[in-house]
Structure formats: structure tokens, C-alpha cells
Design a binder for this molecule. Sequence first.
Ligand code: FES
Length: 81
Amino acid sequence: MKFPLIAQKKPSKIKLDAGIIYSWCTCGLSKAQPFCDNQHRQYPEATKSLKFKVEKAGDYFLCNCKHSENKPFCDGTHNKL
Ligand code: FES
């Protein structure tokens, strides 16, 4: 399997709280997109989750294609895949 897998070719709009550490799925396997559910542990070659937090609470578009240049946020790359 070649990682990252494309989970979806559109982002998820998610309400995030300030200062909370979130775990974004980088491998594309998670069933809880866009967040990691530890499915990556089944494959040694799969990429691990990316921990992040935001300084300001609000709605954010999180990448589901896993190819954004601004991970974990969507940058429109899914339109080119
Ligand atoms: S399930 Fe994809 S990074 Fe953990």
C-alpha cells in the first residue's frame, strides 16, 4: 500500500477549540476522518498521526486527501489529485 491514501477528495469543516491537542490522520486509513483512530498501527509503513492545536477556537477545514502542503489544513490540493 502506498501512503498516504486519499481518504476523501474534500476537506471536513470541523469546530476546534483553542489549546486542545488534536491528532490528525496522515495515513488516510482512519475511519474517524480527519482524525487518527490508530488504524496506522496495522501497517509498519504507514505514516503516524500529526498532533496539532489551534490558538483560536473556530471552524477549520481539515484535509482529507492527505496531500495538503499545509497539513492538517486543506489548501485545495485535492482539486489537483
Ligand atoms: S489512522 Fe491514519 S495516522 Fe493514525
